[in-house]
Design a protein around this ligand. Sequence first.
Ligand code: CA
Length: 219
Amino acid sequence: MNKILNLTPELYQYVLDNSLREHPVLTELRQFTATQRAANMQISPDQGQFMGWLLQLIGAKKTLDIGVFTGYSALVAALAIPDDGQVIACDRNPDCTKIAQQYWQKAGVAYKIDLRLADALETLDKLLANGEASTFDFSFIDADKRNYINYFEKSLMLLRQGGVIAIDNVLWSGRVADPNDDDKRTPVIRAFNETLHNDERVDLSLLAIADGLTLARKL
Ligand code: CA
């Protein structure tokens, strides 16, 4: 039996009305991004709030944000971690990240975010080469789907035991369960989900929130 509610627009609005405590700069950033191209790449505010809650639950100080876009999830992380915490934000796009930086500054937490404008795999390799394996508490993967498995493997190396990796878009608008879907990224995400399901190095939970969010805890 299907125990997940069908989230009607009215019910989703109810969820927001009765739980959202969004930082005013996050609200501003979200509303600005909604007017931009590729606006649907931004995570939803309830997902952001959940991630901030999770970061505080695990006492995260050092985090990775793989795929910055206009900076919403990195800002969520920067607001959730302590003053001496650090977000390593990975993205190649100078235009989107310029917007991100403006809002990070406006929220007064830019000093916690270290933007690395480069191929994310290169940045992760550099962190590993720099002796930072097993030092991160959290990694949010939300970049090109083709490299999800590589981002996952490198994040796993960079995380401490008990650290959490959150992976976005794992339900891919529901296409993962549609046998007639012809999007070329769908099989990539299906294969990724299957690999994680069988990965005994992590505890796992696939949440049917937003576009699907998998949480993997390093054992
Ligand atoms: Ca996403």
